[in-house]
Each structure stands twice: as C-alpha cells, then as structure tokens.
Design a protein around this ligand. Structure first.
Ligand SMILES: Nc1ncnc2c1ncn2[C@@H]1O[C@H](COP(=O)(O)OP(=O)(O)OP(=O)(O)O)[C@@H](O)[C@H]1O
Ligand SMILES: C[C@@](O)(CCOP(=O)(O)OP(=O)(O)O)CC(=O)O
Length: 289
C-alpha cells in the first residue's frame, strides 16, 4: 500500500510536533509509526520495558494512529473508570495490563506534581482513549508504537509533562513507541541504569534529511498475528541465550518479495531497494524516488 498523504493528514502529522489545542480536558493527536532498521527484540527488564540493545528506526509519517484522550476527575478507584477503544473495538483492560500501567504512571506523575501533595481531588483521574489507525493493527506494522506514543503524547499535553516523562510513558506502554516520540531517524538508547532513566529516544536526523527516500508498505495479510511482539521476544530470550532462534513470522509471500528485491538489485547492478520486516509478514521496502 502506498499513497501520498492528503493535506489534512500532513497537517495532522505535523500536529505531533506542535502543541495540540486542548479543549478543556480532551486532546486529539496524530502520531506515526516507526520501522526499525536495527531492531529491538528482547528486554533486560520486563516491567520497566528496558531493551537489551539500542535500536534505530525511520518514522513513516503516512501510517498513523489518530487518538483522542480525555481525562475526568473522579472520587472512586481510578483504574476501574479507564476506557480504551481501538478502531471502534473496546479493549478489555483486565486482560491487557499495558494500558493500566501507563495510566497509573501518569496518575503518579500528577499526584507527585500536585501543589498540595496529592490531596487535590484532580489527582484521581480516569483516562478515556479512542484511537483509529489507517493501517491494520497487530500485523507487524508497529501499531503498538504509534498507539502508545499517541497516548503518551496526548497525556503529555493534558498534564504538561516533560519530554523525558512522556518518552517513559510511551516506553512502558510499548518499547518501540518511545521512538515514535521523535521524528525522522530515531535512536532508542538501551541505557545501562537499572531504573531506566537513561533509556530514552533521540532524533538523529530530521525527516527532511533524506527527502528522496520512499517507503512502500506491502500488506499481504491484515489479520492480527498469533504471537504478539511482547510474547515473541520473551520466547526468543527464554529459548536462546544468543537470541539465535527466531519466531517464524515470514510467509511464502514475504519470501517472494525478498527474492524479487534481490533480483531487482542484481539486474540494476547496485542496491536500489532494501526491505525490512517487523514481527509479521508485511514488508517495508525502502527506495529512492
Ligand atoms: N491505535 C492503538 N492505540 C493503542 N494501542 C494499540 C493501538 N494499536 C495497537 N495497539 C496495541 O498494540 C498491540 C499490538 O502490538 P504488537 O507489537 O504485537 O504488534 P505491532 O506493533 O502491530 O507489530 P510490530 O511490533 O511487529 O511492529 C495491540 O494488541 C494493542 O494492544
Ligand atoms: C519487531 C519490532 O517491531 C518489535 C517491537 O516490539 P514492541 O515495541 O511492540 O514490543 P513491546 O515493548 O513488548 O511492546 C522491532 C522494533 O520495532 O524495533
């Protein structure tokens, strides 16, 4: 799938970097996916989502999550009031603890920053998230990266968080999401500290750095994959100390595309196209215009 962004979409993507107009307690953000060239695959700390290695990705602006996040003050147990829908489907937050983790961390940040040391009723808030993507989710196209970066970016706007706190919120939602918090060529430093404060992402080059570069997203299958990335990398870490064993994500169509790209480069007598796969059968092909 390849299409130019409409003007409206381009403005939406730019809104990632600009301050989005907060309407009282609701913001809408548009945050793109990123595709890693040097991939993250394995954690040194599952709870803090700290990776085993540094990773490097391109931000792909035309595939994105458009996400609305609202906050409401409540008096009762905050976690019970949180709500998330993705492409119109309600997420069961008891089964997917990542969202609660991000919201609890945001509540903690608000609590710690409140003037009267947390007695402020506003410190008990619930989050309502409604997200739509223009690409299939959980199909190896970095939906968790765009999705959690969008949530973190929206919460940053709502609670006036620092860049580092927002980057950490994105990371504990999904590791690769911290790379979608900066544009262009993004570098997520694995860091070495046990508390993870040095595990942050930075932009190495802005998206304007290589204007002729194009990325073609090839979708063979829109179905949600059977093994999500979180479990996939856990298995790799558990079953191979050298991370040599990989979960099999590529299909015959994926391999056919790989062969076609090698043939194409051979015929051109130079490398004109390159490919990358995340944890799924669908491909990202990089070429110059
Ligand atoms: N728009 C969204 N907003 C918030 N969370 C999302 C969104 N889309 C997907 N997710 C979360 O991400 C999970 C899928 O993540 P997973 O890492 O397995 O796949 P992927 O990110 O699409 O592929 P890959 O990691 O291989 O690039 C979903 O089950 C859901 O919990
Ligand atoms: C193959 C990858 O896309 C894996 C991404 O894994 P996730 O960031 O989705 O994993 P969690 O941190 O467990 O949510 C490679 C990459 O993006 O670097």
């Amino acid at each position: 799938m390849f299409r130019r962004m409409t003007n409206e979409e381009e403005n939406g993507v730019r809104s990632k970097l600009a301050k989005i107009e907060p309407q009282n307690t609701t913001v809408e953000v548009t945050v793109p996916i990123n595709i890693a060239l040097i991939k993250y695959w394995g954690k040194r700390d599952e709870n803090l989502v700290l990776p085993l290695n540094d990773s490097l990705s391109f931000t792909i602006d035309s595939l994105f999550a458009r996400t609305t996040v609202s906050i409401e003050s409540i008096k009762d147990d905050a976690q019970r009031g949180d709500e998330v829908t993705i492409n119109g489907k309600t997420v069961d937050l008891r089964k997917n603890s990542r969202f609660g983790k991000v919201f609890d961390e945001a509540r903690k940040l608000l609590y710690n920053s409140s003037d009267n040391n947390g007695s402020n009723a506003n410190s008990n808030i619930v989050f309502k998230v409604d997200s739509r993507t223009n690409f299939p989710v959980a199909a190896g196209l970095a939906s968790s990266a765009a999705g959690f970066a969008a949530i973190a970016f929206a919460i940053k706007q709502l609670l006036s968080l620092s860049d580092d706190d927002a980057c950490r919120l994105a990371r504990i939602g999904s590791g690769s999401a911290c790379r979608s918090m900066c544009g262009g060529l993004a570098h997520w430093r694995a860091g070495v500290l046990v508390n993870g404060v040095d595990s942050i992402s930075v932009s190495r080059f802005p998206s304007s750095h290589w204007p002729s570069l194009r990325c073609i997203i090839v979708i063979f299958n829109e179905r949600e994959k059977d093994t999500g990335s979180t479990v996939g990398m856990q298995r790799t870490v558990q079953t191979s100390s050298l991370l040599k064993r990989r979960i099999q994500y590529l299909t015959e169509a994926s391999w056919a595309l790989i062969r076609a790209i090698h043939n194409f480069n051979d015929k051109q007598n130079e490398v004109r196209a390159a490919y990358s796969f995340d944890a799924g059968p669908n491909a990202c092909v990089f070429m110059e215009r």
